[in-house]
Structure formats: C-alpha cells, structure tokens
Design a protein around this ligand. Structure first.
Ligand code: FES
Length: 162
C-alpha cells in the first residue's frame, strides 16, 4: 500500500485553514448568541400594583391605569395599562382589559344596557356590547373582554397580563 505524499506547503496551508476555522467557530458562535439572543427573548409581564383593595367598590367596576415597562429584545418600552377591576366581596377580584376585542377601542362601563339586561360595557366604535362579566352580548365583537391575573399582597391589589 502506497500512501500519497502531500507537499509540505499544502499540508501547512490546510492546517492553518483548519485552525482558523476552529478559532472562528469558537469565537463566532458565542458572539452570535450574545448579539442575536436578546432579540429572540420574550419577557413575561410582571405584577403591576393598581391600588389598595379598600379603594375598589363592591359590585361596581373601577377603571385603573398603570404604566408597564416591557422588554422586547433590546427595546424597553413603556405601555399604559387600563383595567376594569370589580369585586363582589372585597377579597376576590376580577380584572378585565378596557380594550374592545374587536378593534381595540376603549370600552366604557354603563350601569344599564337594555340588551345586557343590566350593567355592562359598551364600545362606541361599532356598538359592541359586553355584559358585566365581559361576556359577548352584541355587535361585531369576536370574544369576551380579556382578563388579567390578580393577586393581593399586604392589602395591595396586583394585576398581570396573561
Ligand atoms: S372596536 Fe369595539 S365594536 Fe369595534
């Protein structure tokens, strides 16, 4: 068996090329992960305080506003969060977005809506009607009002987007 001989110059060129490729891979992959990684990250929303629980009246939704910082990749943006909070007993709370599920207009609470047989939420943009629990009553709305998580800590109510 004859092993072909490779000229020294060609052998060295191949070895330098292989070493250069290995070094580029060792440095390049972590650098790419460092640069691209954050842009692929999604941050989950944090709990947002919306007020002491005694400030929420019984059986009457209260609209609260809060500013939420959200990070998307490298960008941190501030968003306004508007939520209707209601409670029947002062200990269990329901939080619903005030954005209509049709085209995101702001809904408003109305104490008496004929179609809802009582109180509900009305969207003035296209006459969308939700009942007091955010359920669909009428108009072009595709789904009930979006709900948020709630929790109480040390007498403070917190909400979190799902
Ligand atoms: S945006 Fe509310 S009904 Fe269209």
């Amino acid at each position: 068996m004859v092993i072909p001989r490779m000229p020294r110059r060609e052998f060295l060129a191949r070895m330098v090329g292989a070493a250069t490729g290995a070094i580029a891979a060792l440095l390049g992959i972590p650098a790419a992960v460092f640069v691209i990684g954050p842009s692929q990250q999604r941050t989950s929303s944090d709990w947002v305080p919306v007020g002491p629980i005694e400030e929420f009246p019984l059986d009457m939704p209260k609209l609260v506003n809060a500013t939420v910082s959200k990070q998307r990749g490298w960008v941190v943006e501030e968003q306004e969060l508007s939520v209707f909070v209601s409670t029947a007993d002062g200990s269990d709370f329901v939080a619903m977005s005030d954005k209509c599920t049709h085209l995101a207009c702001r809904v408003r609470y109305v104490e008496e809506i004929e179609e809802a047989d009582g109180p509900g939420f009305f969207c003035p943009c296209h006459n969308g009607i939700f009942d007091a629990d955010g359920g669909i009553v009428g108009g072009p709305i595709p789904r009930p009002l979006d709900r948020l998580d709630t929790k109480v800590e040390e007498g403070q109510l917190f909400v979190r987007e799902l």
